[in-house]
Write a protein that binds this ligand. Structure first.
Ligand code: 15L
Length: 272
């Protein structure tokens, strides 16, 4: 039986995952942050606190086999906030995983770690990391940290580069980036149950016809997505694309346009 801890349990993804993780039957301990978490069933253990605090991390990880690490600032914010919530907290959590001999960490990475790639390029998993802001950069740190804890400390790590995890795609970019709820649950469940994975990065994306990402590597997990954003294409294509011209050119969409230096104000940037 696998005891699972879930950080970021009160977030949008956490809310979708909790019932499915409980069904696995090995025990679930869920951590909330600022929003106080209450159990969804008597079997769910919950705790609330700040992941930068080692004592709270100990509370979360004692006796845990697999950590699903979803907690983070999940949008673009100024660098100091991202550093506290996504770098300092991650360090505290991963050191806690070492203390408690956690067997595996599933790290919620993001497509924003590669958001500066063109929408014309189909990316493999070993593509260059090209973050589109401070948030994306924190996911590059997290992926490298996950790799280091496997290489150096033997904690298995799966980095899931999540696209757009929402119930239904609503705009043009989502035709490429959508991760539906059924596929999200299947993917994270496979990340828990697959034996001996070592280290792996995968795209957290559904079987979208227009996907930006080649997810052949996810076969190692036995992940077989069943949802496709194309089923919503007729409605989406009938509406204007809400993104500005810069956001439409890059995979990271609207995150790219934030604090973006246009070509005519750059010292030099061939091809910008
Ligand atoms: C993410 O990583 C964000 O957490 C989420 O807010 C969305 O922006 C999503 O990516 C996306 O790219 O659609």
């Amino acid at each position: 039986m696998t005891k699972v801890a879930l950080s970021g349990a009160s977030g949008n993804i956490g809310i979708v995952l909790r019932p499915a993780l409980l069904k696995l039957g090995g025990g679930l301990r869920s951590a909330g942050g600022r929003r106080t978490l209450t159990p969804i069933a008597p079997e769910e253990e919950v705790c609330n606190g700040d992941l930068r605090d080692a004592a709270f991390v100990d509370q979360l990880l004692a006796g845990v086999d697999v950590l699903i690490h979803m907690a983070a600032t999940s949008v673009e914010r100024p660098a100091p906030e991202i550093i506290e919530n996504n770098l300092v907290a991650l360090h505290a959590v991963y050191e806690g995983a070492r203390r408690h001999r956690v067997r595996r960490i599933v790290f919620a990475s993001s497509n924003h770690a590669v958001g500066m790639h063109s929408v014309e390029t189909k990316l493999d998993l070993d593509c260059d990391l090209r973050p589109d802001g401070w948030y994306g950069l924190s996911k590059v740190w997290g992926e490298a940290m996950t790799r280091m804890y496997w290489d150096k400390h033997g904690i298995e790590g799966i980095c899931v580069r999540i696209g757009t995890a929402i119930e239904k795609p609503t705009e043009f970019r989502h035709l490429s980036t959508w991760l539906g709820n059924d596929d999200l649950v299947q993917l994270i469940t496979r990340c828990i149950t697959v034996p001996d994975i070592g280290y792996l990065a995968v795209w957290g994306v559904s079987a979208n016809t227009r996907s930006y990402w080649n997810n052949a590597g996810a076969a190692r997990l036995g992940y077989r997505p069943t949802q496709n954003a194309e089923d919503y294409a007729a409605d989406i294509l009938a509406q204007p694309n809400p993104l500005d011209a810069v956001a439409q050119r890059f995979q990271g969409g609207g995150f790219v346009s934030m604090d973006y230096t246009p070509p005519d104000r750059r010292p030099s940037h061939p091809g910008a």
